[in-house]
Structures are given as structure tokens and as C-alpha cells.
Write a protein that binds this ligand. Structure first.
Ligand code: NAG
Ligand code: NAG
Ligand code: NAG
Length: 479
């Protein structure tokens, strides 16, 4: 069988300073070169494997190969339909996040699931959580979706009442001699309750196992029993790892065997392994369409990173009601080196999320950013908007264009210098519709989001103990 994967033309070139003369005033605008060679459909032999078992250990850090889930979905027939679908899902994901944040903040931290539900096709949120890694659990390899927006790690488990299709065999507790079921009266079971999810359900038989439910708010859920077993992250064992053995799971998990929660609470992988890795993990999200691999690194030894710029750190903003989300203090945005002026930029708080694709800004901030971007892109032919993206160009007559840089500035002089592959979103493969890859929120008081499209080819370091987050440029690769 021959599968096709699109080969993206976005080739990174050097950053240079561009002299422009506007209104007789000389000013330097920073530009990056975006190469727009014709889009190709690279024929690959065999089915691309969505399972990425590569891992290694280096200087105390464990490095897992991270891939985009499109590896699992096979042939992409219609590029622009795929891109459109991705943005529609992304918009639903953001609406859901906003409603969760509103409800959680309003209710003092306890999530009201009924309010957080948005009646949409089930699984939409999980469809956007796009990156996968392979972990070892109870002696088995399991490929799971990586999620920084939730905490409990779970896999589909035998015997299963209702499971979606996955590529690997189901996890079988009876085949693992180290599997331990968690009892209802245990502290671990109570800790789930205090982690502000649904209360655990205990059966009438004593001793009863601890039944958990995690709702992802969109109709997707996992239900099952809490358990402990040996976790292997690469070659590094994490003993007695608390996870969910899911017996009733629903959602578009896209063939993965479960989910790995990298949120901030006590049950997340990073908290449970903090004695080994010091509460630090980082990732480099590959430019998806190029089919490249990225990496998920457990542990903070920066000598294993391949960053090309120094790591700049910013403080994580604490929010007791929303303790499992990662908030940062955004202090400025610059386009082509020009600082964008918008009064509400001063409000600061922005969410960094690996599951949102396109970054979102408050309407007034977005309008200011867009105006500056358009000014610096002037002369390029416009194209109609596409879905949530309203600033588009027809670049089909160009082999390459100079586009303004996009930088997000955070408290403490930290900076996210967005990679050239993260500034424009290629809607049509002939480049006749290429859009600025940032969108506006609907309301001024919604929370801005740094999405994964703008995090590509960056080392993003989450340090839970020091409560800080770092960015550095890195061309992702596993090797
Ligand atoms: C899990 O994957 C690793 C790396 O490919 C392999 O060496 C190991 O044998 C696999 N384990 C099982 C139980 O399949
Ligand atoms: C895009 O521009 C090219 C010329 O550069 C033109 O031939 C083509 O019709 C345009 N496409 C659209 C969809 O406007
Ligand atoms: C964000 O950082 C700025 C600059 O350091 C500071 O003045 C402001 O108080 C911070 N905002 C929040 C919400 O911490």
C-alpha cells in the first residue's frame, strides 16, 4: 500500500534585517524568508507508522520520540479540506477551554461538568491533541496522546465495556504481575477527589475498587478503575505509577491507546516522577507536515537540548482556581521588531496549551497585531479569509517571500520568537491562500492562548518546581 504524506515547502532560512523606508523615516524591520516551492505530495512506501518507540537516556534525562498524530491517519486526500476541519475543531476546542475557565473561576475551582459541556460532536477536543509518544506500562508498550491540559494518565483496559478502536492490543491487567488495583478507602482514591474532578464512585462490595470518571467536557470521557503499575519512560522506571485503567472510553482518540496527562496537579506524570526528573519536562513540537519527529524530554538537564538560542524563562502565573492550567504573563507582542501598542496587552494573563493549534488574542490586541502585520506585508496580493483566519494572501506567484517576524514577550524578558513555519498557515497547497496564523477571540475578557502552531521548532521547558517556563529556538528532531 502506498500512502501519501504532504511535504511542506516551508524551509527555514536565515533571519535578516530589512531596510524599509516609510514616510521618509528609515526603520529596520526584522523579516524571515519563507520559501514557497510548489507543494508536493511525497509518496512513501508502506504505511507510515504512528507508533514511535524510540527513546534514549542521556545525562539523567529521558528523551521520547514525539510524533504528530497525522502519522496514524494515513493518506490526506484533500489538503484544504483537512486544514479547514482542523480549524473548525480548533475553534470548538477553544470555546470549550474558555467555558471551562469561566465556570471553574466562577465556582471557586470545582468544575461544574454540566455547565462546561458544549453540545458538539463528541471527541472534538481530543481530536486536536495531536502529539503522541510511546510509554511502557506493566511491561507493555502503549502509544498515548500527550496532553498538558489534563492530569490523569489512562489507557484502555481489558475487560472493556466500551472501548474505541486502537492500533495496539488493549492493556491487560491480569497479564501484569505488578498491577495493583486502588481501593476506595485509600488516600490515593481520595486524592482524586481533591484534584477537583468528579468524585470517585465506590461499589457496594467491600473492599471496593476506586472508580474514576474524567469528562473532557465535550462528551469525551474515560471511566474505569484507578490502579498502580510500573511505568517506563524510555528506559527509566517509575514504580507504582497511579493511572486509570479505562473500561468505558469515548472520543476521537485516533487509534492511540490512551492519554498521558502532563498538567500541574499531583497525579500528573510530571508530579509523580518528580523524584526522578525534578518536576521538569520539555518538548519540541515538529513542523507537522514535514513528517519530522520531535521529542518529549523528561528532566531538566539542558545539555540534552539542541536549542540554537539561549533558553529564556518566565514565571508561571499562579491561579488557585485553575491550578492545572499553565498561565503566563504576556507583556508584549512585536511584528517585524515593531512593538504593537494595545492597552489590553497590559492585562497579561495568557494560557500556554499544547492542544490548541492557532494562538488566540483578545479582539483589541488582535486588531493591533493584524494592522501592523498587514502594514509590513503590504504589496502582497490579498486572498479571502479562511475559517477563523481573516488575514490571507495569494502567494502563488512567488517562490519565496520576506515575512515579518512574530515575537511574544513575557515577564522577565522571556521571548518566544515564532519559527518561520509558525507565522503563516498554508490553506491551499498552491499557496493561493496563505493566512496569518493567529486569530481573534470573540470577547475581550476571554483568556488568550499560545497555541501549538506557534510553538513549533521551539524547546518549551516546563519547570513545575520552580514554577517557570522557558523558550528557546530549536529545529526539532529526535536524533
Ligand atoms: C517496547 O519497545 C522497545 C523499543 O522498540 C522494545 O525494545 C521492547 O522490546 C518493546 N517491549 C515490548 C514488551 O514489546
Ligand atoms: C493568485 O495569483 C495568481 C497570479 O499570481 C493568479 O493567477 C491566480 O488566479 C490567483 N488565485 C486566486 C485564487 O486568486
Ligand atoms: C506582568 O508583568 C509586568 C511587567 O513585569 C508587571 O508589571 C505586571 O504586574 C505583571 N502582571 C501580572 C498579572 O503578574
Amino acid at each position: 500500500m502506498v500512502d501519501a504524506l504532504p511535504l511542506f515547502p516551508l524551509m527555514l532560512s536565515l533571519l535578516f534585517l530589512y531596510l524599509s523606508i516609510a514616510n521618509g523615516v528609515h526603520c529596520y524591520e526584522e523579516k524571515k524568508v519563507l520559501s514557497l516551492q510548489s507543494f508536493q505530495w511525497k509518496q512513501q512506501n508502506g504505511t507510515p507508522s504512528c507508533i514511535s518507540r524510540k527513546s534514549r537516556r542521556e545525562n539523567g534525562a529521558t528523551i521520547l520520540e514525539m510524533k504528530h498524530r497525522d502519522y496514524c491517519s494515513g493518506k490526506i486526500i484533500d489538503w484544504s479540506e483537512k486544514q479547514q476541519k482542523r480549524l473548525i475543531l480548533d475553534n470548538s476546542h477553544v470555546k470549550l477551554l474558555q467555558s471551562r475557565i469561566r465556570n471553574k473561576a466562577a465556582s471557586g475551582g470545582v468544575e461544574d461538568v454540566s455547565k462546561a459541556q458544549i453540545p458538539l460532536t463528541s471527541g472534538i477536543e481530543l481530536e486536536t491533541l495531536n502529539y503522541i509518544v510511546t510509554i511502557g506500562l506493566g511491561g507493555r508498550n502503549m502509544t498515548v496522546i500527550v496532553d498538558t491540559g489534563s492530569d490523569l494518565t489512562w489507557v484502555q483496559c481489558q475487560p472493556c465495556n466500551s472501548c474505541y478502536n486502537q492500533k495496539e492490543p488493549l492493556f491487560n491487567p491480569s497479564a501484569s504481575s505488578s498491577y495493583q488495583s486502588i481501593l476506595c478507602n485509600s488516600p490515593a482514591c481520595r486524592s482524586i477527589q481533591s484534584a477537583s474532578w468528579n468524585s470517585p464512585l465506590c461499589g457496594s462490595n467491600q473492599p471496593s475498587s476506586c472508580n474514576y470518571v474524567v469528562n473532557y467536557g465535550d462528551g469525551s470521557y474515560t471511566k474505569g478503575e484507578l490502579a498502580r503499575d510500573h511505568l517506563n519512560l524510555g528506559a527509566t522506571p517509575v514504580n507504582d505509577f497511579l493511572f486509570g485503567c479505562g473500561r468505558n472510553n469515548k472520543g476521537l482518540f485516533g487509534g492511540a491507546s490512551g492519554l498521558m496527562g502532563l498538567g500541574r496537579s499531583d497525579v500528573s506524570v510530571i508530579s509523580q516522577s518528580s523524584a526522578l526528573f525534578g518536576g521538569v519536562f520539555s518538548y519540541c513540537l515538529p513542523s507537522t507536515e514535514a513528517g519530522a519527529s520531535g521529542s518529549l524530554v523528561m528532566g531538566g538537564d539542558s545539555s540534552v537540548f539542541k536549542n540554537s538560542t539561549p533558553i529564556s524563562y518566565t514565571r508561571m502565573v499562579q491561579n488557585p482556581q485553575l491550578s492545572n492550567f499553565y498561565f503566563l504573563n504576556l507583556t508584549g507582542i512585536s511584528i517585524g521588531g515593531v512593538a504593537v501598542q494595545a492597552p489590553s496587552l497590559a492585562h497579561g494573563r495568557i494560557l500556554i496549551d499544547s492542544g490548541t493549534v492557532i494562538s488566540r488574542l483578545a479582539p483589541s490586541v488582535y486588531q493591533a497585531v493584524k494592522a501592523e502585520f498587514l502594514k509590513q506585508m503590504s504589496g502582497l496580493p490579498p486572498a479571502p479569509g479562511f475559517s477563523i483566519l481573516d488575514t490571507c494572501f495569494n502567494l502563488s506567484g512567488y517562490s519565496e517571500v520576506n515575512i515579518p517576524t512574530l515575537k511574544l514577550h513575557f515577564e522577565g524578558n522571556a521571548e518566544l520568537n515564532v519559527d518561520v513555519t509558525g507565522i503563516l498557515y498554508v490553506v491551499k497547497s498552491d499557496a493561493s491562500q496563505v493566512c496569518f496564523a493567529v486569530a481573534s477571540l470573540s470577547y475581550e475578557d476571554e483568556v488568550g492562548i499560545v497555541g501549538n502552531y506557534q510553538q513549533k521548532n521551539q524547546r518549551v521547558v516546563y519547570d513545575i518546581k520552580q514554577s517557570e517556563l522557558g523558550f528557546a529556538g530549536e529545529t526539532c528532531s529526535f536524533i
